[in-house]
Design a protein around this ligand. Structure first.
Ligand SMILES: C[S@@+](CC[C@H](N)C(=O)[O-])C[C@H]1O[C@@H](n2cnc3c(N)ncnc32)[C@H](O)[C@@H]1O
Length: 218
Protein backbone atom coordinates (compact mmCIF):
# COMPACT_ATOMS: atom_id res chain seq x y z
CA UNK A 1 0.00 0.00 0.00
CA UNK A 2 1.42 3.39 -1.03
CA UNK A 3 1.70 6.00 1.74
CA UNK A 4 0.90 8.88 -0.61
CA UNK A 5 -2.04 10.93 0.71
CA UNK A 6 -4.12 13.28 -1.39
CA UNK A 7 -3.98 16.79 0.15
CA UNK A 8 -7.00 17.94 2.17
CA UNK A 9 -8.27 21.48 1.55
CA UNK A 10 -8.41 24.10 4.32
CA UNK A 11 -12.20 24.26 4.40
CA UNK A 12 -12.52 20.50 5.04
CA UNK A 13 -9.86 20.73 7.73
CA UNK A 14 -11.64 23.66 9.40
CA UNK A 15 -15.01 21.87 9.37
CA UNK A 16 -13.49 18.62 10.67
CA UNK A 17 -11.74 20.32 13.55
CA UNK A 18 -14.86 22.32 14.44
CA UNK A 19 -16.89 19.10 14.57
CA UNK A 20 -14.31 17.50 16.86
CA UNK A 21 -14.36 20.44 19.27
CA UNK A 22 -18.15 20.50 19.27
CA UNK A 23 -18.40 16.76 20.00
CA UNK A 24 -15.85 17.03 22.83
CA UNK A 25 -17.50 19.96 24.60
CA UNK A 26 -21.18 19.59 23.63
CA UNK A 27 -21.87 15.99 22.57
CA UNK A 28 -25.61 16.68 22.95
CA UNK A 29 -25.37 18.84 19.78
CA UNK A 30 -24.15 15.94 17.65
CA UNK A 31 -27.62 14.74 16.43
CA UNK A 32 -28.03 18.09 14.63
CA UNK A 33 -25.09 17.29 12.34
CA UNK A 34 -24.78 13.50 12.39
CA UNK A 35 -26.89 13.02 9.24
CA UNK A 36 -24.71 15.38 7.21
CA UNK A 37 -21.51 13.79 8.52
CA UNK A 38 -22.79 10.31 7.69
CA UNK A 39 -23.70 11.37 4.15
CA UNK A 40 -20.31 13.01 3.68
CA UNK A 41 -18.50 9.78 4.56
CA UNK A 42 -20.89 7.64 2.52
CA UNK A 43 -19.80 9.70 -0.48
CA UNK A 44 -16.15 9.59 0.58
CA UNK A 45 -16.02 5.79 0.94
CA UNK A 46 -15.29 5.05 -2.73
CA UNK A 47 -11.54 5.43 -3.21
CA UNK A 48 -10.95 6.20 0.50
CA UNK A 49 -7.99 3.83 0.90
CA UNK A 50 -6.29 5.18 -2.22
CA UNK A 51 -6.78 8.85 -1.26
CA UNK A 52 -5.81 8.54 2.41
CA UNK A 53 -3.37 5.59 2.29
CA UNK A 54 -5.44 4.24 5.20
CA UNK A 55 -3.71 0.86 5.38
CA UNK A 56 -0.16 2.17 5.07
CA UNK A 57 2.41 2.09 7.88
CA UNK A 58 2.49 5.92 7.82
CA UNK A 59 -1.27 6.15 8.43
CA UNK A 60 -1.17 3.64 11.28
CA UNK A 61 2.14 4.66 12.89
CA UNK A 62 0.52 6.64 15.72
CA UNK A 63 -1.94 3.86 16.52
CA UNK A 64 0.97 1.40 16.71
CA UNK A 65 2.98 3.71 18.97
CA UNK A 66 0.00 4.29 21.26
CA UNK A 67 -0.46 0.54 21.61
CA UNK A 68 3.19 0.11 22.58
CA UNK A 69 2.79 2.76 25.26
CA UNK A 70 -0.31 1.13 26.77
CA UNK A 71 1.24 -2.33 27.17
CA UNK A 72 -2.13 -4.10 27.28
CA UNK A 73 -3.06 -7.60 26.12
CA UNK A 74 -6.77 -6.98 25.48
CA UNK A 75 -9.28 -9.70 24.71
CA UNK A 76 -12.03 -7.37 23.52
CA UNK A 77 -11.19 -4.41 21.32
CA UNK A 78 -13.33 -1.70 19.70
CA UNK A 79 -12.20 0.49 16.80
CA UNK A 80 -14.43 3.57 16.66
CA UNK A 81 -14.95 5.34 13.34
CA UNK A 82 -13.23 2.40 11.69
CA UNK A 83 -13.88 3.64 8.16
CA UNK A 84 -12.72 0.98 5.70
CA UNK A 85 -11.26 -1.11 8.52
CA UNK A 86 -7.53 -0.42 8.18
CA UNK A 87 -7.05 0.21 11.91
CA UNK A 88 -9.39 -2.63 12.88
CA UNK A 89 -7.42 -5.14 10.83
CA UNK A 90 -4.16 -3.80 12.23
CA UNK A 91 -5.53 -4.37 15.75
CA UNK A 92 -6.61 -7.89 14.72
CA UNK A 93 -3.05 -8.64 13.62
CA UNK A 94 -1.58 -7.19 16.81
CA UNK A 95 -3.92 -9.20 19.04
CA UNK A 96 -4.38 -12.50 17.22
CA UNK A 97 -6.69 -14.08 19.78
CA UNK A 98 -8.77 -11.03 20.68
CA UNK A 99 -12.24 -10.30 19.42
CA UNK A 100 -12.19 -7.05 17.46
CA UNK A 101 -15.18 -4.87 16.62
CA UNK A 102 -15.14 -2.02 14.11
CA UNK A 103 -17.97 0.50 14.14
CA UNK A 104 -18.67 3.35 11.77
CA UNK A 105 -21.49 5.79 11.10
CA UNK A 106 -21.23 5.26 7.35
CA UNK A 107 -22.78 2.09 5.93
CA UNK A 108 -20.69 2.60 2.78
CA UNK A 109 -17.48 2.60 4.81
CA UNK A 110 -18.62 -0.53 6.66
CA UNK A 111 -19.34 -2.22 3.31
CA UNK A 112 -15.73 -1.58 2.22
CA UNK A 113 -14.40 -2.86 5.55
CA UNK A 114 -16.58 -5.97 5.46
CA UNK A 115 -15.40 -6.78 1.93
CA UNK A 116 -11.85 -7.08 3.28
CA UNK A 117 -12.69 -9.92 5.64
CA UNK A 118 -15.40 -11.73 3.69
CA UNK A 119 -16.97 -14.52 5.68
CA UNK A 120 -15.32 -14.97 9.06
CA UNK A 121 -16.82 -18.14 10.54
CA UNK A 122 -15.42 -17.42 14.01
CA UNK A 123 -16.57 -13.79 13.87
CA UNK A 124 -13.34 -12.78 15.62
CA UNK A 125 -13.36 -9.57 13.59
CA UNK A 126 -16.66 -7.95 12.75
CA UNK A 127 -17.91 -4.62 11.49
CA UNK A 128 -21.18 -2.85 12.03
CA UNK A 129 -22.74 0.48 11.17
CA UNK A 130 -23.56 2.57 14.22
CA UNK A 131 -23.11 5.89 15.96
CA UNK A 132 -20.36 6.39 18.53
CA UNK A 133 -22.73 8.83 20.23
CA UNK A 134 -24.97 5.90 21.26
CA UNK A 135 -22.85 2.80 21.16
CA UNK A 136 -24.75 -0.47 20.72
CA UNK A 137 -22.69 -2.22 23.42
CA UNK A 138 -23.21 -2.75 27.12
CA UNK A 139 -21.21 -1.32 30.00
CA UNK A 140 -17.64 -2.59 30.46
CA UNK A 141 -17.72 -4.48 27.13
CA UNK A 142 -14.14 -3.72 26.04
CA UNK A 143 -10.57 -3.90 27.34
CA UNK A 144 -9.36 -1.47 24.70
CA UNK A 145 -11.03 1.26 22.67
CA UNK A 146 -9.04 2.79 19.83
CA UNK A 147 -9.82 5.41 17.27
CA UNK A 148 -7.93 7.00 14.39
CA UNK A 149 -8.96 10.40 13.00
CA UNK A 150 -12.35 10.46 14.68
CA UNK A 151 -14.30 12.83 16.99
CA UNK A 152 -14.17 11.67 20.61
CA UNK A 153 -17.37 10.70 22.42
CA UNK A 154 -15.88 10.58 25.91
CA UNK A 155 -19.06 9.63 27.77
CA UNK A 156 -19.80 6.64 25.57
CA UNK A 157 -16.21 5.42 25.58
CA UNK A 158 -16.17 5.55 29.37
CA UNK A 159 -19.41 3.56 29.49
CA UNK A 160 -18.28 0.66 27.26
CA UNK A 161 -14.70 0.45 28.53
CA UNK A 162 -14.07 -1.73 31.58
CA UNK A 163 -12.33 -0.15 34.58
CA UNK A 164 -8.58 -0.48 34.00
CA UNK A 165 -9.15 -0.67 30.24
CA UNK A 166 -7.12 1.32 27.73
CA UNK A 167 -7.96 4.08 25.27
CA UNK A 168 -5.93 5.21 22.28
CA UNK A 169 -6.78 8.34 20.36
CA UNK A 170 -4.61 8.57 17.27
CA UNK A 171 -4.28 10.93 14.35
CA UNK A 172 -2.45 10.11 11.16
CA UNK A 173 -1.26 13.66 10.48
CA UNK A 174 -1.27 15.48 13.82
CA UNK A 175 -2.77 18.94 13.64
CA UNK A 176 -3.16 18.64 9.87
CA UNK A 177 -5.71 15.87 10.40
CA UNK A 178 -9.22 17.23 9.74
CA UNK A 179 -10.80 15.01 12.42
CA UNK A 180 -8.49 15.89 15.30
CA UNK A 181 -9.15 17.32 18.77
CA UNK A 182 -6.66 19.67 20.48
CA UNK A 183 -4.49 17.75 22.94
CA UNK A 184 -5.22 20.16 25.79
CA UNK A 185 -8.95 19.57 25.42
CA UNK A 186 -8.40 15.80 25.23
CA UNK A 187 -6.38 15.84 28.46
CA UNK A 188 -9.03 17.95 30.20
CA UNK A 189 -11.86 15.63 29.15
CA UNK A 190 -9.91 12.47 29.98
CA UNK A 191 -9.34 13.72 33.52
CA UNK A 192 -13.02 14.67 33.87
CA UNK A 193 -14.10 11.20 32.71
CA UNK A 194 -11.91 9.29 35.17
CA UNK A 195 -8.89 8.42 33.02
CA UNK A 196 -5.37 8.31 34.37
CA UNK A 197 -1.87 7.30 33.21
CA UNK A 198 -2.29 9.70 30.28
CA UNK A 199 0.62 9.62 27.87
CA UNK A 200 1.08 11.35 24.54
CA UNK A 201 3.50 11.12 21.69
CA UNK A 202 4.16 11.51 17.99
CA UNK A 203 4.90 8.85 15.39
CA UNK A 204 5.62 9.68 11.77
CA UNK A 205 3.31 12.60 10.97
CA UNK A 206 0.73 11.39 13.48
CA UNK A 207 0.07 11.86 17.17
CA UNK A 208 -1.34 9.59 19.86
CA UNK A 209 -2.83 9.84 23.32
CA UNK A 210 -2.98 6.71 25.46
CA UNK A 211 -4.80 6.49 28.78
CA UNK A 212 -6.34 4.01 31.18
CA UNK A 213 -9.75 4.22 32.80
CA UNK A 214 -9.14 4.30 36.54
CA UNK A 215 -10.23 1.20 38.39
CA UNK A 216 -11.80 2.13 41.76
CA UNK A 217 -10.89 -1.34 43.10
CA UNK A 218 -7.16 -0.88 42.53
C1 LIG B 1 -11.59 10.57 8.88
S1 LIG B 1 -12.44 9.06 8.83
C2 LIG B 1 -11.28 7.93 9.55
C3 LIG B 1 -11.57 6.50 9.18
C4 LIG B 1 -10.53 5.50 9.67
N1 LIG B 1 -10.42 5.49 11.10
C5 LIG B 1 -9.20 5.79 9.05
O1 LIG B 1 -8.28 6.19 9.75
O2 LIG B 1 -9.08 5.60 7.84
C6 LIG B 1 -13.61 9.27 10.11
C7 LIG B 1 -14.62 8.14 10.17
O3 LIG B 1 -15.38 8.31 11.36
C8 LIG B 1 -16.71 8.01 11.06
N2 LIG B 1 -17.55 8.69 12.05
C9 LIG B 1 -17.74 10.01 12.23
N3 LIG B 1 -18.57 10.23 13.26
C10 LIG B 1 -18.91 9.02 13.74
C11 LIG B 1 -19.76 8.58 14.79
N4 LIG B 1 -20.44 9.42 15.56
N5 LIG B 1 -19.87 7.25 15.01
C12 LIG B 1 -19.20 6.36 14.26
N6 LIG B 1 -18.39 6.72 13.23
C13 LIG B 1 -18.25 8.04 12.98
C14 LIG B 1 -16.93 8.46 9.63
O4 LIG B 1 -18.02 7.84 9.02
C15 LIG B 1 -15.58 8.10 9.01
O5 LIG B 1 -15.59 6.82 8.43
Amino acid sequence: MSDHRAPVDRKTRFIGKSICRLVAVAPWAWPAISGAVGRFFDHAAAGWDERTAAGSPAHLAALAAGLDALELRPEKVLDLGCGTGAGTLFLAREFPTASIRGLDLSAEMIGKAQAKIGLDPDARVSFRAGDAAKLPFGEDSFDLVAQVNMPIFFGQITRVLRPGGGLIIATSQGERTPFSTPERLVRQKLAAHGFGQVRTGAAGEGTWVAAKLKDPDE
